[in-house]
Design a protein around this ligand. Structure first.
Ligand code: SF4
Ligand code: SF4
Length: 112
């Protein structure tokens, strides 16, 4: 089992999730984070720290669609280990649907 990040993360970057992860297994895209499935130790402490509720265990049925995306992009995006500023429209876009189709970017973030 691992935890995954779903499309609710797109355009967020509050990164409270990153701050609490004991093994630094978040990776940063231009507008979304993912979790490395081989590094996550399933502690679950990041889940309640995520305001848009984008983090969930991969055992939930709603997580299935995002397992491959997390695994793929965790290999190519840079590691992020410290909290950064949220994206400018994070609050406004938090409740939007279909964020993947509308906003997902394959580009890497800066990492830190
Ligand atoms: S708090 Fe949640 S939505 Fe925001 S960056 Fe972290 S995982 Fe993504
Ligand atoms: S479940 Fe634990 S190890 Fe996995 S990403 Fe969240 S904080 Fe990190």
């Amino acid at each position: 089992m691992t935890y995954i990040v779903n499309e609710k993360c797109i355009n967020c970057k509050y990164t409270d999730c990153v701050e609490v992860c004991p093994v630094d297994c978040f990776y940063e895209g231009e507008n979304m984070l993912v979790i490395h499935p081989d590094e996550c130790i399933d502690c679950g402490v990041c889940e309640p720290e995520c305001p848009p509720e984008a983090i969930m265990p991969d055992t939930e049925s709603a997580a299935e669609k995002w397992i491959t995306l997390n695994a793929e992009y965790a290999k190519i995006w840079p590691n992020i280990t410290h909290k950064i500023s949220a994206l400018p429209n994070a609050d406004q876009l938090q409740e939007e649907s279909d964020k993947y189709d509308r906003y997902f970017s394959i580009l890497p973030g800066d990492g830190n």
